[in-house]
Design a protein around this ligand. Structure first.
Ligand code: NAD
Ligand code: DAU
Length: 363
């Protein structure tokens, strides 16, 4: 029987982590406490959890600012809070940034995961603690790139193509090795592209929403023909919660939204939805803002998941179609203007040539 009592969430101030903390504390069958360890990099935003802090602060929710690479800190957290579950989100997550500078990706994604695994191994295996689980959040990008057809299954060989996906693949391998070698109770899930509230606007969907709102150019890499499978973040959180409760130790699960679309079509859909919701801008439909720019180096063509395993063994399926999820997401960005303004006032930059090493130049 899993304990799920003292849950260490890493990276809880990021996009998916903060959605997950909201989700988990809303589940009637979750009675435990959450300890959120986050370094607060450019992507970590305590504002994402302001309401949680107010409602549960120092009772069922504890925030600790710190680095997952800090072994002594993590060890202390395991001892102080008697951690029985780790839900590991913390990572450098943006592919473009990994192309510009891979160092923090290697440090956090690989060494950070290693540090957490080592502490869990000592605390749980040497302490002969039962009912524990190390849940590692990963990505479909570890499988590489698909052609026009086919799906990634859990047995697809790893072929990561960017420094980001290579670092995630390395961390997945470490987690798997700790299960095989030491018997550490682990689960890995690999998910497709998430979107929804609290996403940092460097990723395609929030970047497009904000640029379209402000009448700024919307950068589309190459010809916009690359395909992603989009999942509404709440559906991902639900899948994680199902797997925490019912997933089999030592197993890997694919999670996907079954919402494949070409980037150019995603961008056009957002522009059209905004035109419908707010009326067009003074110069016409927002589609006019689309600007084709140089392609991302090593740009994976297509990701798509076979989710048969999680469907048949766990009974989870995504609920939100892309149009419905985008409407909810756009509404969230429209009604959280102070969150948006705050993010924009930080080191955040959307359209800076030097920052992207030149590949965001218009073509
Ligand atoms: P994010 O960039 O929004 O958030 C990452 C969080 O981790 C931030 O709060 C940041 O401060 C924290 N962090 C970074 N380095 C840290 C360190 N050394 N120690 C402690 N905290 C640190 O990321 P996200 O989009 O929410 O992704 C979360 C996880 O989900 C990542 O592991 C990512 O690989 C995975 N994932 C993301 C997607 C997606 O579409 N966003 C899809 C599949 C898997
Ligand atoms: O597939 C899961 C992955 O999805 C996660 O593991 C990553 O953490 C997450 O960042 C995301 O990676 P992508 O590279 O797919 O997401 P991004 O939003 O950066 O880009 C989505 C697609 O849109 C991709 O084909 C590149 C393209 N793109 C992106 C940006 C930021 C553009 O055309 N223009 C842009 O400005």
């Amino acid at each position: 029987m899993r304990r799920l009592q003292n849950v260490l969430v890493t990276g809880g101030c990021g996009f998916i982590g903060s959605n997950f903390i909201h989700y988990l504390l809303n589940q009637p069958d979750f009675e435990g406490q959450i300890i959120n360890l986050d370094k607060l990099t450019y992507a970590g935003n305590p504002e994402n959890l302001k309401d949680i802090e107010e409602q549960y602060g120092n009772q069922r929710y504890i925030f600790i600012k710190g680095d997952i690479c800090d072994f002594e800190l993590v060890k202390g957290i395991f001892q102080t809070y008697d951690i029985d579950t780790v839900v590991h989100f913390a990572a450098e997550s943006h592919v473009d940034r990994s192309i510009l500078g891979p160092t923090p990706f290697i440090q956090t994604n690989i060494n950070g995961t290693f540090s957490l695994l080592e502490v869990a191994r000592y605390a749980w295996l040497e302490g002969k603690k039962e009912g524990c689980l190390f849940y590692h959040i990963s990505t479909d990008e570890v499988y590489g790139s698909l052609g026009k057809t086919g799906l990634f299954t859990e047995d697809t060989p790893y072929r990561p193509n960017s420094p980001y996906s290579a670092s995630k693949a390395a961390s997945d391998h470490l987690v798997r090795a700790y299960f095989k070698t030491y018997g550490l109770p682990v689960i890995i899930s690999n998910c497709t592209n998430n979107y929804g509230p609290y996403q940092f606007p460097e990723k395609l969907i929030p970047l497009t929403i904000l640029n379209a709102l402000e009448g700024k150019p919307i950068p589309v890499y190459g010809k916009g023909e690359n395909i992603r499978d989009w999942i509404y973040v709440e559906d991902h959180c639900e899948a994680i919660w199902c797997l925490l409760k019912r997933g089999k130790t030592g197993e890997q699960y694919n999670i996907g939204g079954t919402n494949e679309m070409r980037n150019i079509d995603v961008v056009r859909l957002i522009c059209n939805l905004l035109d419908e919701m707010l009326g067009p801008l003074s110069f016409g439909p927002r589609e006019n803002l689309i600007t084709f720019v140089k392609d991302r180096p090593g740009h994976d063509f297509r990701y798509a998941m076979d989710i048969t395993k999680i469907k048949t063994t766990i009974g989870w399926m995504p609920k939100t179609n892309l149009k419905e999820g985008l409407k909810k997401t756009i509404t969230w960005y429209l009604t959280h203007r102070s969150w948006v303004e705050h993010i924009k006032s930080g080191e955040y930059q959307r359209w800076v040539k030097e920052f992207y090493g030149g590949f965001k130049d218009a073509v």
